[in-house]
Ligand binder design. Structure first.
Ligand code: MGD
Ligand code: MGD
Ligand code: MO
Length: 747
């Protein structure tokens, strides 16, 4: 442990904290003095660091240990584990990797290993796993995210890049000074702004929204939940049927067009394909004009409400925010393409405070004015294996070896998968239709997980390698999405025999003769210094001076100063689209994309359209409800679900489900009652909470409860027992958790 005369620090996706330690035990975390709006989430770790859920030694599932790879995969999740030494575990893993490589090739190893793991630039579990596997010939990988796969694939065709414009979202300062109307599809959910990937220094979303409100910006919250925009704003609330935003946007676009409120000059200079889109809007192809009345029927809003909003959007200096949740629904490409089209029709893209933004407060970093810096990371090496899957196709991969899938204009095959390795993610949290996934999960010969707690992933593995948490190792929080760089101090010795992911791979690499290739002769601390020094040199070219390593360690944190003026997304393009073209084939905003049209996909044609979702209120039976399973406010995904902060919100031990009073009365349900939410895919238990602040016909249950199956029912309330597992479209193949119909009955 590092000798230091300052208070210990730690950083996490949900905030930075000071750490109190007594006798090698963490006794408390204290909020970081720079953070005026700290998150309570972090405090959830203290009680569970050494609790009964902690994995203390390498463990192997009984049948696998006795019978070898491929034995009784269907018993995963039900069988006991046997403790082994690290030497035994390393040998078992090395032998199994050699067997799979020799008999089937490296593509038989699936290590897409999606997930958030912990903050820290060096001990990033996925990077460690991938670098190690690249040293032994590679693995089948995954592309894109669960967060916004549909946008990650469609928006580059429309704007040239998605992530580039996510990072350069127009900052809250510019919104306060120049916007007058903020129209938020999917709200501006403060609960989500608690998080920023890779480490949060100070939380800015509440202050950003408040400053805009004080400056006179009016907010429209378009969401099934009133709470998606903080109450203090008193926002106007429109609650269309879930998964119908694309229709609403088309109705708004039609109103602009039919009333001549669109900006023809902007469309002419900065976009291509508007005519193709207007012929669709006018119904030239299908005989259906996409009028406000047409949209009103689909969204179940009043047509006058839609027309009035369109007129106000044209009259005001308007910012459109399109939330990431809108990608996590069937045809999730469409609301993003439609929102960009709508913003282009308003002609305010690239001007201060207006235009379009992707998901304000989906994380703390959206709208946070910061320099764009390119820090070094732990190099993953090169993967010689070309095979990949779109990340949310994991069940299909396991079910359907040799089967084919479409993705972004090409067709690919699912490789035969023999070994699955997860480090730093929890598929029993993030994937849809978990009961189906669990059946497919029985198929591979071997499943290995690096985990620190006995969650469903660990329980459903064959070999469990116990890893440390950030409080048991040193690292640096150094995310380009946050201005604070924080020394993450080792606070206590590793619990039990837990090892850092890096150390775990060092052990297996030694067993396989690739230790030196994996480490390049550097220790963990030497790697961290290397990351710091390379980053320091890189950012100095942008005029940013970072302290040297020793001064940084002495002070514990450093804040990069913000840019001199607010960030304005697409400012350069607006100033001169010939000099600063977009990265699209035309260099312009592609309202119609020839490229996508040529892919010939029925479920994603060449411009924004409305397509009926797989499941939505428009096709619901009389007793079906639309289930929104959104992000939890008391934790990040499944992390720390077992800790006191999360448990305090769940007095009866099961997750809460929020329902409108009319829907509760129709089912004779009352507050506090335990119910069964169910459909043909499965069920979960939940405790009823009744509120007027949710659209009738919709229920809301947060994700994050640890999957605890009793047959097809999750006893703890994991909504992914219910969600459908299907791609958004042949273009992006993103997940569609938010398009889900269920029934609710008393348990
Ligand atoms: N129904 C529904 N499902 C959803 C969503 C939704 O809106 N609705 N949202 C989706 C989205 S956007 C996302 S991003 C995913 C999130 O899904 P995940 O990112 O997979 O969820 P986490 O719970 O963060 O999983 C991280 C895991 O890493 C482990 N871990 C933490 N630190 C370390 C470490 O240092 N080393 C190792 N080896 N492990 C570590 C944690 O214990 C935890 O099990 O969920 C998706 N699933
Ligand atoms: N506290 C906390 N914060 C988090 C996370 C967490 O787990 N916990 N996860 C982080 C991650 S990985 C991500 S990707 C982001 C995700 O950020 P988001 O995608 O914004 O997250 P959600 O909470 O799924 O959705 C936000 C809101 O969208 C609304 N919504 C759902 N469907 C529809 C729809 O069809 N139309 C409209 N108009 N609104 C709809 C829901 O009411 C929901 O509350 O959050 C991040 N922030
Ligand atoms: Mo996400």
């Amino acid at each position: 442990m590092k000798p230091t005369d300052r208070d210990l620090l730690t950083s996490s996706h949900w905030g930075t904290y000071r750490v109190d330690v007594e006798d090698n035990r963490v006794t408390a975390l204290r909020d970081f003095e720079e953070d005026t709006d700290p998150s309570p989430i972090g405090h959830g770790i203290v009680d569970v660091l050494e609790g009964p859920t902690r994995i203390r030694t390498p463990m192997v599932r009984k049948s696998w240990l006795e019978g070898g790879p491929g034995t009784a995969g269907e018993k995963r999740g039900e069988e006991d584990f046997i403790a082994v030494t690290w030497e035994q575990a390393n040998r078992l893993v090395a032998n199994e990797l050699n067997r799979v490589r020799d008999n089937y090739g490296n593509q038989a190893i699936y290590a897409g290993s999606y997930g958030w793991a912990s903050a820290g630039r060096f001990h990033h579990a996925q990077s460690q796993l991938k670098r190690f596997l690249n040293c032994i010939g590679g693995f089948t990988s995954s592309k894109n995210t669960y967060s916004f796969a549909a946008a990650e694939v469609v928006v580059p065709h429309v704007l040239g890049t998605f992530r580039g414009f996510l990072d350069t979202a127009t900052s809250w300062e510019s919104i306060a000074s120049d916007c007058t109307l903020f129209v938020a599809f999917g709200g501006v959910p403060l609960k989500n702004g608690q998080i920023s990937q890779g480490g949060t220094g100070a939380h800015v979303q509440r202050a950003g929204i408040s400053a805009a409100q004080d400056a006179g910006v009016r907010f429209v919250n378009i969401s099934p939940l009133r709470s998606d925009l903080m109450a203090a704003v008193g926002a106007e609330w429109l609650a269309p049927r879930p998964s119908t935003d694309a229709a609403l946007m088309l109705g708004l676009a039609h109103t602009l067009l039919s009333e001549g409120l669109h900006d023809q000059a902007f469309l002419g200079r900065y976009t291509v394909g508007f005519e193709r889109f207007t012929s669709y809007l006018n119904g030239a192809e299908d005989g259906i004009p996409k009028t406000a009345d047409w949209a009103a029927d689909i969204c179940a809003l009043h047509a006058d409400t839609i027309r009035d909003l369109a007129r106000r959007m044209a009259k005001n200096r308007t910012m459109i925010s399109v939330g990431w949740a809108l990608t996590r629904q069937d045809h999730g490409e469409q609301p993003f393409w439609a929102a960009i089209t709508l913003a282009a029709m308003l002609g305010q893209i690239g001007l201060p405070g207006t235009g379009i933004g992707f998901g304000y407060s989906a994380m703390n970093n959206v709208g946070l004015n910061r320099r764009q810096l390119d820090y070094a990371s732990f190099p993953q090496g090169d993967n010689p294996v070309q095979d990949f899957i779109p990340v949310a196709r994991v069940t299909s991969l396991l079910e359907n070896s040799g089967g084919r899938f479409d993705y972004d204009g090409k067709s690919y095959a699912y490789p035969d998968t023999r070994l699955v390795w997860w480090a730093g993610g929890n598929p029993f949290h993030h994937h849809q239709d978990l009961n189906r996934m669990r059946r497919a999960w029985a198929k591979p010969d071997t499943i290995i997980a690096n985990e620190w707690c006995w969650n469903a992933l660990a329980k459903h593995s064959d070999i469990v390698l116990p890893c440390t948490t950030p409080l048991e190792r040193s690292d640096i929080a150094m995310s380009p999405k946050d201005p604070y760089l924080v020394a993450m101090d080792q606070a206590i010795r590793p619990v039990g025999q837990a090892r850092d992911d890096h150390q775990i791979f060092c052990g297996i690499a030694a067993e396989m003769g690739v230790h030196d290739a994996f480490t390049e002769g550097r220790s963990a601390e030497e790697w961290q210094r290397w990351i710091w020094d390379v980053s320091r040199q890189r950012v100095s070219q942008h005029g940013v001076g970072l302290p040297d390593w020793d001064s940084f360690q002495k002070d514990g944190w450093f804040k990069v100063t913000p840019p001199d003026k607010p960030t304005i997304m697409m400012e350069e393009f607006r100033a001169d689209p010939d000099v600063n073209p977009l990265g699209t084939p035309s260099g312009r905003i592609e309202i119609f994309s020839e490229t996508i049209a040529n892919f010939g996909y029925d479920d994603c044609p060449g411009h924004a359209v409305w397509l009926d979702p797989l499941e939505w209120l428009g096709c619901a039976g009389p007793d079906q409800l639309h289930m929104i399973s959104n992000q939890p406010r008391n934790k990040l995904h499944s992390q720390l679900d077992h800790g006191p902060v999360s448990r305090a919100d769940r007095p009866q031990g099961v997750e809460l489900v929020t329902m409108h009073p009319e829907d509760a009365a129709a089912r004779d349900l009352s507050v506090g009652q335990i119910v069964r939410i169910h459909n043909e895919r499965g069920a979960c238990l939940a405790e009823i909470n009744i509120s007027d602040d949710i659209r009738p016909g919709v229920i809301q249950i947060s994700t994050g409860a640890w999957y605890d199956p009793d047959g097809n029912t999750c006893r703890r309330g994991n909504p992914n027992t219910l969600t459908p597992d299907k791609g958004t479209s042949a273009l992006a193949q993103g997940p569609i958790a938010h398009s889900c119909l269920v029934k609710v009955s008393s348990a």
